[in-house]
Write a protein that binds this ligand. Structure first.
Ligand SMILES: [Zn+2]
Length: 240
């Protein structure tokens, strides 16, 4: 019976390890999803910044074309001034020239303020891109690390499962069944150490008589409170 108990203790140890591995394995892909989402948001913001910058440049180009045309018109109008014969016509032409000049200077002002805007935006886009590159390399490194961690966990899981399979073969059927049933009902812990009359599974006291029995007997005993299979070994020897 002592041997069976020691197998159960081992099995419990490995089953807890398996539980932790599975829990961790479940968390990691979620972490990658969150990272992917954060990265996609950042990437979109960089793209939007670039697009805005391109639009601003395009608008600026259109204004420059408009100004070029305005300057042409002004030149042609001034040329026509030389051919004017009457004073009335001359006054009308001057008025036209003034209008074109005003419009051109308006466009010029717009172009100048557009230049400032473009400079600012260019700096903003560059800073964003730089930040993006830094974060991308961080993201890629972190992702690689997590993926490695997942494959390590897979290997650990396989190894530990092999160990538990071997142990299960050593344990008597009805005992194994009992172990699995308690494990299922008691949060994955079916075997608990009792020390100083306290059950390590439920942290309740066990009767003193039973504590003595536990130290002497080779029978399998269960905690009267949580029904876990309990065992004892000298903890002070272990600490010493
Ligand atoms: Zn208990």
């Amino acid at each position: 019976m002592k041997e069976q108990l020691s197998y159960l203790i081992e099995l419990q140890k490995f089953d807890l390890i398996i539980g932790r591995i599975i829990f961790k394995k479940g968390e990691l892909p979620e972490k990658i999803v969150q990272m992917d989402e954060g990265f996609a948001v950042l990437s979109k913001s960089v793209e939007e910044g670039k697009k805005k910058f391109e639009e601003l440049n395009k608008l600026q180009g259109e204004k420059e074309d408009k100004l070029k045309k305005g300057v042409d018109t002004l030149k042609k109008t001034k040329d026509r001034l030389l051919e004017v014969k009457t004073n009335k016509e001359y006054q009308a032409m001057l008025k036209e020239i003034e209008t074109v000049e005003n419009k051109n200077s308006e466009i010029e002002d717009e172009i100048i303020s557009g230049l400032d805007q473009i400079d600012n935006m260019r700096a903003e886009v560059r800073a964003k891109e730089k930040d993006f590159e830094t974060r991308r390399s961080q993201y890629e490194k972190e992702k690689e690390k997590i993926e490695k961690e997942i494959s390590q966990l897979d290997r650990d899981l396989q190894d530990t499962e092999k160990k538990t399979d071997a142990l299960r073969k050593q344990i008597r059927d009805e005992l194994l069944k009992r172990y699995e049933t308690i494990k299922g009902r008691r949060n994955g812990v079916a075997v608990a150490l009792v020390w100083k009359e306290v059950c390590g599974g439920c942290h309740m006291n066990i009767p003193p008589q039973m504590y003595i029995e536990l130290q002497r007997s080779s029978e399998l005993l269960t905690c009267p409170n949580c029904n876990r299979i309990v065992y004892w070994y000298n903890q002070s020897e272990k600490d010493a």
